[in-house]
Design a binder for this molecule. Structure first.
Ligand code: PMP
Length: 391
């Protein structure tokens, strides 16, 4: 695959941080960049820009099985999450979320509830990364729950949440349900007619679109007060002011279109490659283990712990593989991954975990190269660290 200009030889296995842009997205974005026109202008240039935006909105709606009018374009999933949580919290009070959410949900929830900590419940997960349903039910039964925000798939482990019982319990209690589907959209088929959530966030750059563009889905009729984060000219039906990012939105639409056509074939192919990667690593490196392995997971995610081998040392020893230690968003932070700690890993094991994330352009040859590089790196680091039982 084209892994960019920084290191064309490295195997790119960091799709959960960002996926390479699909060729058809590059083409569509480039064409949109060449065109002039503000989607709000009434002359032909403006109408042309507006029709590109309309088409992209339809492409995203087709991917999700919703209608165009239910989508608000944003700068990405961080903004979509902030928009959803802020609007719901403003009038609906108590909020429930989980310990393994992305910081774009967890920190937003904490900030909104800073003055009233009792208005936020953060649910634990089990060792496989799944929400405790009893704890969820107990929390929902508290009077006045306004919003339940639980991610559809985790960015670090790929663990997928079964939202059905959550939606059912939340709706029975009169609460809205938001899901951060950033890692799920475009990776597995998704039908909003079945999912039943009221609000959903997505981001283009996780499935082959450009960075800096995403969307918030608001189900028609959802009793959500309009609480924009950005005020101005009333774009996006008043939800998000500012001149539309036409090339970005066009790129998001093109990525949605490609994902819709290819996801059915890609998902099983990528699952097979991920299973090959995990199987080879576990067989050749006894003692290593996969996080969330017994849960239903996204096709392309492998979170592997190599006890005794710090992930930063491992990654430095395998420059031919672009992977991640925990999530890219927390990478560089001195604290271990909150997701892995929530699954019950020790600090040391959390710090000895690599997330490999595969995607639409990953090949078997790349996986075999990555496995060899990982085995070499772990053997080297364990030798240097003097891990017992290792040379
Ligand atoms: N939620 C999840 C689960 C993510 O993985 C990410 C990206 N790391 C985000 C939200 C933030 O998305 P964006 O980069 O579009 O702001």
């Amino acid at each position: 695959m084209n892994s960019g200009s920084c290191d064309a030889q490295a195997v790119y296995l960091d799709y959960n941080a960002t996926a390479p842009m699909r060729p058809e997205v590059l083409q569509a974005t480039y064409e949109a960049l060449q065109a002039v026109g503000n989607a709000s202008s009434i002359h032909n240039h403006g109408r042309d820009a507006a029709s590109r935006v309309d088409r992209a909105r339809q492409q995203v709606a087709d991917l999700l099985n919703c209608s165009r009018g239910e989508l608000i374009f944003t700068s990405g999933a961080t903004e979509a999450n902030n928009l959803a949580l802020q609007a719901a919290y403003a009038t609906r009070g108590l909020m429930i979320t989980s310990a393994v959410e992305h910081p774009a949900v967890l920190e937003t929830a904490r900030a909104l509830a800073a003055d009233t900590p009792d208005s936020l419940v953060i649910l634990p997960v089990d060792g496989e990364g799944q929400i405790h349903h009893d704890a969820l039910r107990a929390a929902i039964e508290r009077r006045g729950v306004g919003l339940v925000s639980i991610m559809l798939a985790n960015n670090e482990t790929g663990v997928i949440t079964n939202l059905d019982p959550i939606v059912e319990a939340a709706h029975a209690a009169g609460a809205l349900v938001h899901t951060d589907a950033t890692q799920y959209v475009g990776r597995l088929p998704l039908d909003l007619g079945d999912l039943g959530v009221d609000l959903l966030s997505l981001s283009a750059h996780k499935f082959g679109g450009p960075q800096g563009v995403g969307a918030l889905y608001i189900r028609r009729g959802t009793p959500l007060p309009q609480r924009p984060l950005v005020f101005g000219g009333g774009h996006e039906r008043g939800w998000r002011a500012g001149t539309l990012n036409v090339p970005g939105i066009v790129g998001l639409g093109a990525a949605a279109d490609a994902a819709r056509r290819e996801v059915d074939a890609d998902a099983p192919r990528i699952t097979k490659l991920r299973d090959l990667l995990e199987g080879e690593i576990l067989a050749r490196l006894p003692g290593s283990y996969v996080n969330g392995a017994r849960s239903t997971r996204l096709p392309g995610v492998a979170s592997v712990t190599f006890p005794g081998s710090p992930a930063d040392a491992l990654l430095a020893s395998m420059p031919d593989v672009a992977a991640s230690d925990g999530s890219a968003c927390s990478a560089g932070a001195p604290t271990p991954s909150h997701v892995l700690l929530a699954l019950g890993l020790s600090r040391q094991d959390a710090d000895s975990t690599i997330r490999f994330s595969l995607g639409y352009a990953t090949t078997e040859q790349e996986i075999r190269r990555a496995v060899d590089a990982t085995v070499r790196a772990v053997t080297h680091v364990q030798a240097v660290m003097g891990v017992p039982g290792r040379p």
